[in-house]
Design a binder for this molecule. Structure first.
Ligand code: BDR
Ligand code: CA
Length: 318
């Protein structure tokens, strides 16, 4: 499967990229950067650091949006560390970004492989919104979008009902959900049930590869952050779930095709993905006709994380 990732790398982004690299099912055509967990240029450098460690420097990395469409920038360094990699300050990659904007990279790759590319954004949707603005035909050029973001019935993680990737650029998210392409929304409903546990860290310790050693160092800060909030030793692997679903490697248990809109006005609901679930309970009165978003409601998160961790453990650094 041809995929283009778009990341605010970030610790769970780094794990997701490592997982994609470890999956023979994935042909990674390019990776874009976007602000979010950290600044866009730092996110790009973090991606390059990971590609270096994994020996996959052939994957092009394109620098993307430095700010949301209309709102001021903000970051989540308290979750991911000042460097976005758990304050490990890993050695510089020594590599460069491609020179193309991440939005242009998306457009170019979609045109080169019409109907074949799945976009997998696991950060804010700014680059996708910019790409749609530049190339309104983009929806007919790609296979679809599998995004990490939003929440249908789960509580928010940056507000009562808002998830960080949507909240961080709700105007961009609104544009992306309104575009006529098939979207799979991989939100907190499923990612908060996909947890990395001590046993997984042990598996990576045993594997003891350059990649697992790097990830173990990086993941520590995030693991501590989440463990404190969960009250148990665990952290959520949000972004890997979107990659797994894009590649068809997740056991899906419940999903629905439903209309989704995004709250863009200020207030307690800002950034909410409003999933219209009325067609599920009163199908005679409400229809989901015309809906473009498959909302993931339930997966086997435990089995998926076991598989994801194992794939990374088995990855042979090139
Ligand atoms: C999402 O927000 C980002 O900080 C994470 O990397 C993930 O993509 C979780 O809400
Ligand atoms: Ca992310």
């Amino acid at each position: 499967m041809k995929i283009v990732l778009d990341c605010d790398t970030g610790i769970d982004d780094a794990v997701a990229i490592a997982y994609a690299l470890a999956c023979p099912e994935a042909e990674i055509l390019g990776i874009g950067s976007v602000l979010g967990n950290v600044e866009s240029d730092l996110a790009a450098e973090n991606t390059l650091k990971l590609l270096k460690v994994a020996g996959r420097t052939e994957v092009p990395v394109a620098l993307g949006a430095h700010r949301p469409l209309v709102r001021p920038p903000g970051y989540a360094k308290f979750v991911h560390g000042e460097d976005g990699l758990g304050n490990t300050y890993m050695p510089p990659s020594g590599l460069s970004v491609s020179g193309e904007h991440a939005a242009d990279q998306i457009i170019r790759l979609a045109r080169q492989h019409p109907g074949e590319v799945t976009l997998v954004p696991v950060g804010r949707l700014t680059n996708l919104a910019l790409a749609l603005h530049k190339e309104p035909q983009l929806p007919s050029l790609v296979k679809g979008v599998v995004l990490m973001g939003g929440a249908a019935t789960a509580p928010g993680n940056v507000g009562p009902v808002a998830e960080a990737n949507i909240w961080g650029d709700p105007e961009a998210a609104s544009v992306v959900f309104a575009a006529p392409w098939p979207i799979t929304m991989v939100g907190l409903d499923v990612t908060m049930a996909s947890l990395l546990l001590e046993k997984h860290l042990e598996c990576w310790r045993e594997a003891d590869t350059p990649l697992t050693r790097w990830l173990l160092a990086v993941v520590d800060f995030y693991f501590e952050y989440y463990s404190a909030s969960f009250g148990r030793r665990a952290c959520a692997m949000h972004d890997s779930v979107a990659v797994g679903i894009a590649l068809g490697l997740v056991m899906e248990q419940e999903s629905h095709l439903l209309p989704v809109s995004v709250v863009t006005h200020d207030g307690p609901a800002m950034g909410q993905t409003v999933v219209d679930r009325r067609p599920l309970v009163t199908p005679g009165r409400y229809s989901a006709e015309g809906a473009n978003t498959r909302v993931m409601m339930k997966i086997d998160g435990e089995a998926f994380i076991d598989h994801m961790v194992e794939r990374i453990a088995l990855y042979q650094v090139r």
